[in-house]
Design a binder for this molecule. Structure first.
Ligand code: FE2
Ligand code: FE2
Length: 158
């Protein structure tokens, strides 16, 4: 497995959880369960992806702008997560915000898979893409263990 395959596998999990959440209602146990899973997937993925996909790309002229763009979208995703956390699940605003998050996530994953992966393949050698995958997977395992406290900035939440 290389970094692209590892990321794609997690993107599929994110898309599946988004679909599942949009089919739930009110403050049902399914909605709570899927939401917690999605939030954990997104937050841990962002940490690992920024460090093992985006960070080395910042050093290149061909991809610095893409890396900036991608990480800015992570920030937008985080803001929607915070808004959902601060909203009552039974309110219509929760579902409306979840739809926004779903759109944002789909758009972001498409940018990464259809645009950034192809460009990154010109930057990372095959060996490097395997090495990055190992760091990515290890970071995910480590940060999942102590989630949500492991997430940088989680102590800043109100
Ligand atoms: Fe991302
Ligand atoms: Fe991603």
């Amino acid at each position: 497995m290389n970094i692209y395959e590892a990321i794609k596998k997690d993107h599929d999990i994110q898309r599946d959880l988004c679909d599942k959440i949009l089919k739930t209602s009110g403050n049902s146990s399914e909605r709570k369960e899927f939401w917690t899973k999605l939030r954990k997937e997104l937050e841990v993925h962002e940490v690992a992806e920024e460090r093992y996909f985006y960070s080395p790309l910042i050093e290149t002229d061909s991809m610095q702008e893409d890396a900036r763009h991608g990480m800015a979208e992570h920030h937008e995703i985080d803001e929607l997560i915070q808004e959902l956390e601060a909203t009552d699940m039974v309110s219509p605003h929760w579902l409306a915000t979840m739809k926004k998050l779903n759109d944002k996530v789909h758009h972001h994953l498409k940018d990464e898979e259809n645009e950034f992966f192809g460009k990154a393949k010109k930057v990372y050698s095959q060996n490097k893409s395997k090495e990055l995958m190992e760091g990515y997977e290890k970071t995910k395992r480590d940060y999942k263990k102590d989630w949500p406290n492991s997430i940088p900035g989680s102590d800043l939440e109100s």
